[in-house]
Design a protein around this ligand. Structure first.
Ligand code: IDP
Length: 141
């Protein structure tokens, strides 16, 4: 929770979003929904940061190629704020697998992959707090 009472979520526009020139289109969706951008930075994700961010996945079979992908070029890291921002961002993003994500969602409209799915959003208040502290320590008290 921020000082204003609104909820914050961490969002990552993954390297495929930057490579495909979709940053503006994707940011527009969050802004048009009414979420406020409170931090934003172009970041080259290192393997170490990837391991910390995806700590719950590092032992999964899909992690090595995910690590290669997420470090393959710059990403846009941001924090958005608004009423129920965590759930709202997850809804805008759509299901993990772009092939199954509903049309109208970011993944449903732009992704045909369960790895290169353009966007990450925190999945719980605990994850949001952990991720915001990891990516934007200056925002954490
Ligand atoms: P989420 O991003 O929708 O929260 P998670 O299950 O937390 O999904 O997985 C994190 C990321 O790992 C996904 O966004 C996707 O890029 C990748 N991923 C998840 N499951 C698979 C898989 O089965 N194959 C390849 N990549 C996957």
């Amino acid at each position: 929770m921020s000082a204003t009472g609104a909820e914050r979520s961490f969002v990552l526009l993954k390297p495929d979003a930057v490579r495909r020139g979709l940053v503006g289109a994707l940011l527009s969706r969050f802004e048009a929904k009414g979420l406020r951008i409170v931090a934003l930075e172009l970041r080259q994700v290192t393997g170490e940061l990837a391991d910390e961010h995806y700590a719950e996945h590092v032992n999964r079979n899909f992690y090595p190629p995910l690590r290669t992908f997420i470090t393959s070029g710059p990403s846009i890291a941001l924090v958005v704020e608004g009423d129920q921002a965590i759930e709202v961002v997850r809804g805008l993003n759509g299901a993990t697998d772009g092939r199954k994500a509903a049309p109208g969602t970011i993944r449903g409209d732009y992704s045909l992959s369960n790895r290169e799915n353009l966007v990450h959003g925190s999945d719980s208040p605990e994850s949001a707090a952990r991720e915001i502290k990891l990516w934007f320590p200056e925002l954490s008290d």
